[in-house]
Design a protein around this ligand. Structure first.
Ligand SMILES: Cc1cc2nc3c(=O)[nH]c(=O)nc-3n(C[C@H](O)[C@H](O)[C@H](O)COP(=O)(O)OP(=O)(O)OC[C@H]3O[C@@H](n4cnc5c(N)ncnc54)[C@H](O)[C@@H]3O)c2cc1C
Length: 502
């Protein structure tokens, strides 16, 4: 079978795949989207997000342009938005979270497109608003009416991830794209030259069908496969709860590897956060972001043995939540306990009110017993911590890294180290929850998938979490969707161009 001209097959219906579908359709290609999930569960991890978006910009008016007329001049004068130059974005991906490992060319490229892609999405029907969640906004707004947004994550799409995938799909369909639900790609089809000419998919009736065209892989990572998590991330990842959709099990990545694609990036790394221990094992629309427990900054975290295991205040919670999540994997029974006194408790997110398992009262030792923490060791930890923090007199200030550190502890708390002394006390158990994997296929800034010799495999493109070398160890909050849209647009455009030139 020869390659079919002007056809593009897009795998997945998350933000990356749908960006590819929109771009390919804009370019005049006949676009077929194959989605593994049934229709009610389409949209991948994208749909589970609050859709916080990290964008590089020089002036706050560039953000106001995105928001159109949502604020009057008077209202806008009470909003302060700190510029976030591209260099900051690059630094946070490569150095602050990536330990220097991410591919510099790819990171420089996708971050350079971060503002432009928002306008591109907006032109295709996505609506945006200021991000209240995780944006390090100024909590002193309770005292002053001024709101400060900083750290680059200042916007989100209206209606979260649903507000991305619904208009994206509608736009792609309006340009002629056709979507098949419940139709997972199971293999890639190559011709005798080794060019990719299509995919084999299993249809909802159970039968296999070949779809021909240039292929864009937008099928996410392998985070939902406990077998692959165990194989690549390690056995301690086998049984963790999943914040992600159940469909991202990586079969297309491995089909591409079998077809000659090289792997790239942090194959033993994944995004993981502390979550409510009653979270379901598999993520869904009803749980979404509700399971995160990220108030560890305002107290201490201990394990079952009563020992602290991480510097809870080394940085903002959204900078270190992956480190905290990962450290839980190493604790006995993979459980941690966030301990607050009444001063810390007031800064817990409202999500904590939904948690069923928690212990509250005036007697810390009794609470430890109820929670299943070794009481003697726990009380020793509290005593040592309080001694090391007793010089810190200021109350918690969530708007600054306050440098109120412990003194003399082997495992310090670097900021917000107030003694745990003011009842009532509370203890919240937390467990690790995996979000998505970092390893993926090797690709370039044209989103062509590369073979081991770094040459593109003709007919094969990739986007979103399916492509590696962007994030290692962690990622700066709000960069996954931006990377997905930027790589999706590029992959779709180039796949369409390729398919038209055949
Ligand atoms: C709870 C949660 C909150 C998050 N919050 C944010 C946030 O606020 N901001 C941010 O930037 N990032 C966030 N992320 C990360 C973000 O979700 C990802 O970076 C992004 O969604 C990846 O997009 P994607 O299109 O590559 O993958 P996905 O959106 O996961 O889409 C993959 C698609 O491929 C489909 N698929 C899988 N296998 C096959 C197959 N064999 N054949 C066909 N289709 C297949 C899946 O069903 C799915 O539709 C969050 C993630 C989670 C889980």
């Amino acid at each position: 079978m020869d390659q079919v001209r002007n056809h593009v097959i897009v795998l997945g219906s998350g933000n990356a795949a749908l960006s590819a579908a929109m771009a390919a359709a804009d370019h005049g290609a006949n676009v077929t989207i194959l989605e593994k999930a049934p229709e009610p569960e389409m949209g991948g991890n994208t749909r589970l997000t609050t859709a916080a978006l990290r964008v590089a910009f020089e002036e706050s008016k560039q953000i106001r342009e995105i928001l159109d007329k949502q604020f009057s001049d008077v209202e806008w004068s009470n909003i302060e938005i700190e510029p976030y130059p591209q260099d900051n974005f690059i630094y946070e991906v490569i150095h602050k979270t990536g330990h220097g490992r991410p591919n510099r060319e790819l990171v420089a490229w996708f971050t350079s497109q971060s503002l432009d892609i928002i306008h591109w999405l907006k032109e295709r029907g996505v609506k945006f608003e200021l991000a209240e969640y995780l944006s390090q906004f100024d909590l002193t707004k309770h005292q002053t009416e001024k709101r400060t947004y900083r750290g680059g994550v200042v916007i989100q799409s209206v209606n979260g991830g649903q507000g991305l995938v619904s208009p994206e799909l509608a736009y792609a369909q309006s340009q002629g794209a056709v979507i098949h639900y419940d139709t997972p790609a199971v293999d890639l089809i190559s011709n005798e030259k080794g060019h990719i000419i299509g995919v084999v998919a299993r249809q909802s009736d159970g039968n296999l069908k070949n779809f021909y065209g240039a292929v864009v892989i937008g099928s996410g990572g392998f985070e939902a496969s406990s077998a692959r998590r165990s194989q690549f991330l390690g056995p301690q990842w086998c049984d963790v709860r999943q914040r992600c959709v159940k469909f991202n099990t990586g079969e297309v990545l491995f089909a591409a590897i079998n077809a000659g694609a090289a792997t790239a990036g942090h194959f033993s790394g994944a995004h993981i956060t502390p979550i409510d221990p009653d979270s379901p094992y598999i993520g869904g629309l009803d749980t979404c972001e509700k399971t995160n427990r990220l108030a560890f900054s305002w107290g201490i975290s201990v394990n079952k043995l009563g020992h602290r295991f991480i510097d809870e205040g080394s940085h903002w919670n959204n900078q270190i939540y992956v480190d905290v999540g990962r450290s839980l994997l190493e604790q006995p029974d993979q459980v941690g306990y966030q301990v607050f006194d009444s001063r810390g408790a007031q800064f817990r997110e409202p999500l904590y009110q939904d948690q069923k398992q928690f212990f509250e009262g005036n007697d810390l030792e009794e609470l430890a017993k109820q929670a299943g923490i070794a009481p003697e060791a726990f009380m020793h930890t509290i005593k040592e911590f309080n001694k090391a923090a007793k010089h810190n007199k200021n109350l918690y200030d969530p708007t600054i890294l306050d440098a109120q550190a412990t003194k003399g502890l082997d495992l310090p708390k670097t900021n917000w180290a107030l003694p745990i002394t003011e009842p009532p006390f509370s203890i919240y158990p937390v467990v690790p929850g995996v979000t998505f994997t970092f390893g993926g296929l090797s690709s370039n800034t044209k989103c062509e998938i590369l073979a081991a010799n770094n040459r593109p495999i003709p007919g094969l493109y990739g986007c979103g979490e399916a492509t590696g070398d962007y994030f290692y160890y962690a990622y700066p909050t709000g960069s996954g969707l931006i990377k997905g849209a930027v790589t999706g647009r590029e992959a779709g455009h180039n796949a369409a161009h390729y398919a038209q030139e055949l």
